[in-house]
Ligand binder design. Structure first.
Ligand code: NAD
Length: 253
């Protein structure tokens, strides 16, 4: 028994990519989800909820900008209101913006850290106020925050590295309460973020990069989602403060 059926989760960035794949994976595992969607972005929250329902799950969509602490509080409150409980929080929302050092202004740096690092803190702080013993939280870092240097992305790498320190320390801090905190480190995964040629590799770049990955291809969003689902289940009951890399062997070749 992985303990998941009947639990409730909040997911930021839940209307696209890895977040949406996770909401669907949770639906199949009997976990109800609150899909946090960013109102300014082109992803359709109603379509996301429909996909979760088609997979046999329960879901509601709530607008959340992780730069706003009141919004992350409202996200956690929505789980309690809609499902009567909150067991799982997944801080998945993130941005990726190409910026060579000469163009990496304080403003761009601060914008990146507010979403990709402080945004994780806000989600965890809001959720921890509602999550009881047996609960779990996961942050989505990146190989750029693990071991991989990435030109023109120093601010992203700094934020994603920071996430790993945050997770280690909160893992220790919340363990006595029975709440676990972990991270996943995705490699190259085909999602709207990586398909954006301006800020990331784009479709052709992804195809080319796939050939250089030991697995011979880039990853799928559900291949990351299922690892997050594992980390938030009782199958991972004794894992906290850790990160798991999901990259087809890219960073160990
Ligand atoms: P994605 O662009 O589909 O997902 C990112 C989500 O974050 C979107 O739904 C977007 O609307 C949301 N978002 C952006 N700014 C927000 C804000 N201020 N408040 C709330 N939500 C906001 O791409 P994805 O690849 O599924 O990204 C999910 C996570 O995975 C991100 O943290 C990303 O950095 C990380 N990641 C992705 C890859 C990859 O190769 N795709 C690799 C490593 C890490």
């Amino acid at each position: 028994d992985d303990g998941l059926p009947g639990r409730a989760a909040v997911i930021t960035g839940g209307a696209s990519g890895i977040g949406l794949a996770l909401a669907i994976a949770y639906a199949r595992a009997g976990v109800a989800s609150v899909i946090g969607y960013h109102p300014g972005d082109p992803h359709d929250p109603a379509a996301a909820v429909a996909q979760v329902e088609a997979a046999g799950g329960r879901s509601v969509a709530v607008p959340v900008d992780v730069r706003d602490p009141a919004a992350t509080d409202a996200l956690a409150a929505a789980a309690v209101r809609e499902f009567g409980r909150l067991d799982i929080a997944v801080a998945n929302a993130g941005i990726l913006r190409r910026a060579p050092l000469a163009e990496l202004t304080d403003e761009r740096w601060d914008d990146m850290l507010s979403v990709d690092l402080t945004g994780v803190l806000r989600v965890f702080r809001s959720a921890a106020a509602e999550i009881g013993a047996g609960g779990a939280m996961v942050a989505v870092s990146s190989i750029a925050g693990g071991v991989y240097g990435w030109a023109d992305h120093a601010h992203y790498a700094a934020a994603k590295s920071g996430v790993l320190g945050l997770v280690r320390s909160l893992g220790v801090e919340l363990a006595p309460r029975g709440v676990r905190v972990n991270a996943v480190i995705p490699g190259l995964i085909e999602t709207p973020q990586s398909l954006d040629a301006e800020n990331s590799l784009g479709p052709e770049g992804l195809l080319a990069a796939g050939a250089g990955i030991p697995a011979g291809r880039v990853g799928r969003a559900d291949e990351v989602a299922r690892v997050i689902r594992f980390l938030t289940s009782d199958d991972a009951a004794y894992i906290t403060g850790q990160h798991i890399t999901v990259d087809g062997g890219l960073t160990v070749r």
